[in-house]
Ligand binder design. Structure first.
Ligand code: NMX
Ligand code: MLT
Length: 423
């Protein structure tokens, strides 16, 4: 590509873009997913409904239950993002087994988490735990011993990435039980998939609808092209040859911002505040007034809007269908669906808002809440587990492609003024 087209011009940049969060500037290379404003995310060319059908499930559907509506396993999405090919059931089973084996965490790490101040947000705990675990990075150790060269960077990035993904459910469950429960760890159980292991170790034993929700959640949040905050942050740190542990600490701190992944907890908080005053049986007018009060007091309506999407997020639609299937008569899900009908119409009247539609964070909290995970501060940790799959598979490819350190240029106000003074 560089030899053939390296000096071709790809586009131009306006001042609004340079000063406006670089919105719409296509200057990153990212191969494993794309986001179209209308159609949303495609993972290696596959839409979410296609992946729902094509990725392996927990059980191979037999002829009788061929139509059964199981959720895909995130293990399969990892394979797809990494290789560009759909995995077989056998390949997913091998990944599940490998993650299970590699996922053991040391007592040292568990003790470290237990010593953290419970006033910390779970995302802060997660980032600190990953940073603590950085001492186990094979990439960092071999680099330090001068045993790596440019051609094998990717191999040890891969090794660290699989180790880290495998450990995340145990780290997350330890944080959950320390912060919200009695602190006692629940022993890992052989033979479970990544999502069910997480639920089991958090204390939700054998709750199959929750396991299914987690499989869906952990699959659809994995990747959203390369420009969003968490993937871009990990990509940037990786470009300086930061190992995967350093990269993911950065990704997770990025994800913890309320405009990004923290929005899923904010949505639930926002709904619960509304319910406290009005209950679940409400008029459209009451919802509209709540939106008005929120926006006119300079705050955000969490779960709505997007930097790229200009239609309802297909990830939201997937969770909406899940809610309809499993929790149709639930009062919170009914209210949420009423809100997702009313709110875009109201937000559209604020002319500065580019997209009034529900995004991925709009729906997840209500489902998790109704299926038993009511500590909403934990929701972004679940997002983080999923996003690790996208960020880390990208890092493996970045090192395989030998991409250079990322270093765009900035300019001061005088530069911008001078640029146009005589034109
Ligand atoms: N509620 C109130 N105001 C909004 C909203 C919203 N949901 N969405 C956008 N705006 C405002 C925005 O703050 C900005 O205000 P101002 O003119 O004062 O600067 C204006 O509308 C223009 O912003 P946009 O161009 O529409 O959006 P932008 O691309 O800058 O930001 C988001 C995208 C997602 C950050 C923004 O829509 C937002 O803050 N949404 C609520 C938070 C949220 O749900 N974030 C999760 C996104 C998905 N994720 O997981 O990362
Ligand atoms: C994401 O999944 O990262 C969010 O939708 C944010 C984005 O794409 O900008």
């Amino acid at each position: 590509m560089k030899k053939k087209y390296g000096d071709r011009v790809m586009g131009e940049i306006t001042v609004n873009q340079a000063l406006g969060g670089m919105r719409g500037i296509r200057a990153l290379f990212y191969d494993q997913s794309t986001v179209d404003p209308i159609d949303g995310v495609m993972f290696r060319g596959y839409s979410i409904p296609e992946l729902h059908e094509l990725l392996p499930k927990l059980r191979k559907p037999s002829a009788e239950d061929y139509q059964s509506d199981q959720q895909p396993l995130p293990e399969g999405l990892f394979f797809l993002l990494l290789t560009g090919e759909l995995p077989s059931y056998h390949q997913v089973e091998l990944i599940r087994h490998e993650w299970d084996v590699r996922g053991k965490v040391s007592d040292e790490l568990i003790n470290f988490i237990h010593r953290l101040d419970n006033k910390m947000h779970p995302m802060t705990m997660l980032s600190l735990a990953i940073l603590y675990e950085q001492k186990t990075s094979k990439f960092a150790q071999l680099y330090n011993e001068s045993k790596l060269n440019k051609s094998n960077y990717w191999e040890y990035t891969y090794e660290d990435s699989v180790d880290l993904i495998a450990k995340l459910p145990r780290i997350a469950a330890t944080i959950y039980r320390k912060k919200f429960k009695d602190g006692k760890s629940i022993a890992h159980k052989d033979g479970l998939d990544w999502s069910a292991q997480l639920a089991h170790m958090m204390g939700f034993e054998g709750q199959e609808t929750l396991n299914e929700l987690l499989r869906a959640f952990l699959t659809i949040h994995a990747d959203h092209e390369g420009g969003e905050v968490s993937t871009h942050a990990s990509h940037l740190v990786g470009s300086a040859l930061g190992d995967p542990y350093l990269c993911m600490t950065t990704a997770f701190t990025g994800l913890a911002g309320p405009l990004h992944g923290l929005a899923n907890q904010e949505v639930l908080k926002w709904i619960l505040n509304f319910v406290e005053v009005h209950g679940y049986d409400v008029t459209n007018r009451q919802i509209e007034d709540y939106v008005n009060t929120t926006v006119l007091s300079g705050r955000l309506v969490p779960g709505y809007g997007h930097a790229v999407l200009r239609r309802p997020d297909p990830r939201f639609l997937h969770l909406y269908d899940f809610g309809n299937k499993y929790l149709r008569d639930n009062e919170m899900i009914r209210l949420l669906h009423q809100m997702t009908d009313v709110i875009p119409r109201r937000l559209r009247t604020f002319k500065n808002i580019s997209s009034p539609y529900p995004n991925v964070d709009c729906h997840s909290g209500a489902l998790l809440y109704q299926l038993g995970i009511q500590e909403y501060q934990f929701y972004t940790v679940l997002f983080a587990l999923s996003r690790s799959i996208g960020c880390l598979t990208n890092l493996v490819w970045c090192r395989a492609f030998g991409l250079p350190i990322e270093r765009p240029e900035s300019a001061d106000l005088a530069y911008y003024n001078n640029l146009f003074q005589n034109k």
